[in-house]
Design a protein around this ligand. Structure first.
Ligand SMILES: [Zn+2]
Length: 71
């Protein structure tokens, strides 16, 4: 398994402490990784909610147009 260095984007061995290409310290604290995963999940949930809201809004608009036409 490999990962990419956040500085030079070279692929490095996963769990490596230092990038073999640019020699930068690339250790990421576990807490930060957990936080990142949490943020990814939240972002996914938010975009799902947004899609649902848009669909709901579209339904309401369609309904409104129909009721306007009827009256
Ligand atoms: Zn690097």
């Amino acid at each position: 398994m490999t990962a990419n260095c956040p500085f030079c984007a070279q692929s490095v061995v996963q769990h490596a402490l230092v990038c073999s290409s640019c020699s930068r310290d690339i250790t990421i604290p576990e807490s930060l990784i957990a936080e990142r995963d949490d943020l990814f999940r939240k972002r996914e949930m938010a975009s799902e909610e947004l899609a649902n809201a848009k669909a709901e809004l579209e339904t309401l608009r369609r309904r409104q147009r129909l009721s306007l036409r009827r009256s």
